[in-house]
Design a protein. Structure first.
Length: 239
């Protein structure tokens, strides 16, 4: 068996004569190529391996991109669901308020308002009128119920005739209103006279007469139109 020194000498000799052997003995080159092929890939195989590695990296990259895209779609879907839930909850709240407002309005018109603890009649009227007249600026302190109305000069009634009227004070104006669960044309005519008397006694203010009732007859509608009275038979803005 050769020692290290002898192996070095053999290696140096092989390196020295190898180029000449390859030129003079082509079969030696073939033998060496076969040995090398067993230990290392050929150029074409190496190129193929590189292509496979690149293809694998590309597939991996596309896989991660697909995962990222799927995660983004899931995220957007979750955001959409949250928005839809928020809209649904908002719609439920709005619907609940509308139903509550409608019930308050109906109770108001039929005279069935329930006085809850701490509420005054003005509080209840204000809540109903805000909804029914679609006017959020109607507050309890703007409502004047059962205000004395006296025709001192006999302009529309007998001289000294005394009655009462319900008012809503607006900015620079007054709303004279009357509520009837069911109405007759004569009641509209009588209310119109009271509204005219209020207007005559308040020449510096714009006065509106509003008659509120449910399911008015054609005769009641005609009477309101003739007397210039606003008829409200359902909450303003509802069809």
């Amino acid at each position: 068996m050769l020692d290290t020194k002898e192996l070095d000498q053999v290696r140096d000799y092989v390196i020295k004569i190898l180029p000449e052997l390859l030129r003079s003995e082509p079969e030696i080159a073939t033998t060496i190529e076969g040995i090398l092929a067993q230990q290392f890939p050929r150029r074409d195989e190496f190129a193929r391996l590189l292509d496979e590695v690149q293809a694998s990296r590309q597939a991996t990259r596309e896989g991660f991109e697909q995962v990222d895209h799927s995660l983004e779609e899931i995220k957007q879907s979750q955001l959409g669901m949250r928005r839809d839930m928020a809209k649904l909850q908002s719609g439920q709240i709005t619907l609940s308020k509308q139903m509550s407002g409608m019930q308050t309005w109906i109770d108001f018109v039929v005279g069935n308002l329930r006085n809850e603890k701490g509420q005054t009649l003005e509080d209840m009227f204000a809540a109903a009128l805000q909804y029914g007249l679609n006017n959020p600026a109607i507050f309890p302190d703007s409502i004047r119920l059962r205000q004395p109305l006296i025709d001192q000069q006999g302009e529309f009634f007998a001289r000294g005739y005394a009655t009462e009227v319900d008012l809503i004070a607006e900015d620079g104006g007054l709303i004279v209103f009357e509520v009837k669960a069911s109405a007759k044309p004569g009641e509209v005519g009588f209310f119109a006279l009271k509204a005219k008397l209020v207007a005559a006694q308040n020449p510096d203010k714009q006065v509106r007469g509003v008659f509120i009732t449910l399911a008015p007859t054609p005769e009641v509608r005609d009477q309101c139109q003739r007397d210039g009275i606003e008829l409200v038979d359902k909450p303003v803005g509802l069809f």
